[in-house]
Design a protein around this ligand. Sequence first.
Ligand code: NAP
Length: 230
Amino acid sequence: MKRYLITGASRGIGRAIAEKLAAPDVTLLLHGRDTVALAETCKSVKSRCARVISLIHDLALGKGVSDLITEVGDEPLDLLVNNAGVAVVKPFGEITQVEWEQTLGVNVTAPFLLMQRFAPDMPPGSSIVNVLSIAAKTGFAGWSAYCMSKFALEGFSQSVRAELRDHKIRVINIYPAATDTNIWKAVEGDWPRDQMISPEDVATAVAFALAQRSEVLVENITLGNLGGDL
Ligand code: NAP
């Protein structure tokens, strides 16, 4: 039996990844904060996987991360997907320290702590997937806190990838362009959600990378929008 932990699986890209990776030989450990939304994800994958475990924790808080780690337990993971993320979008002069720290907590510190705890026990052939963004490569006006967090995770995960090569653990980074999820609800402006790529497109890319022979490391997948940046 394989064990897959996916953070931020209550909606959006995380939910689509859970739905894509559900399989009879897999226990899905699905994390979120919103109990109702996470229950919906669990319901949609339940009949297609061996077992589903729902984990409700706030990853902006150190205690939330440590409680998640405790609940996941000591049995090794075959896959860790660092997907949970927040986007504070405003001019840098208006970002509060609390918003800055929440962004760092969810987008950087939580993936760091989860990789640090779980990678040492992961068997050869297992994988870590980090959901980054095109904002891990380019700074966009109004997105400074978000870009800061994704650039930080980019640097961290590149180094972790190099450290884990000898352990035969693959670190796969995914860089989606604007994707039609609820993350955009809190972003001011008129965003053409119908022109964005879909969460399923991102999940398909994750599944592609994972489906390769364990000796093959698909290091990075950038999913652009053919119509250009929105
Ligand atoms: P979403 O629909 O808003 O989902 C975000 C997920 O992260 C939810 O499951 C949410 O949990 C979880 N989350 C947020 N804050 C959390 C916290 N404090 N503690 C625990 N969980 C928390 O957004 P999404 O677009 O699917 O985002 C998923 C990932 O893709 C993020 O890392 C995002 O940066 C990245 N990404 C998104 C886009 C895009 O355009 N949508 C593009 C590139 C990369 P609850 O809802 O249960 O609170």
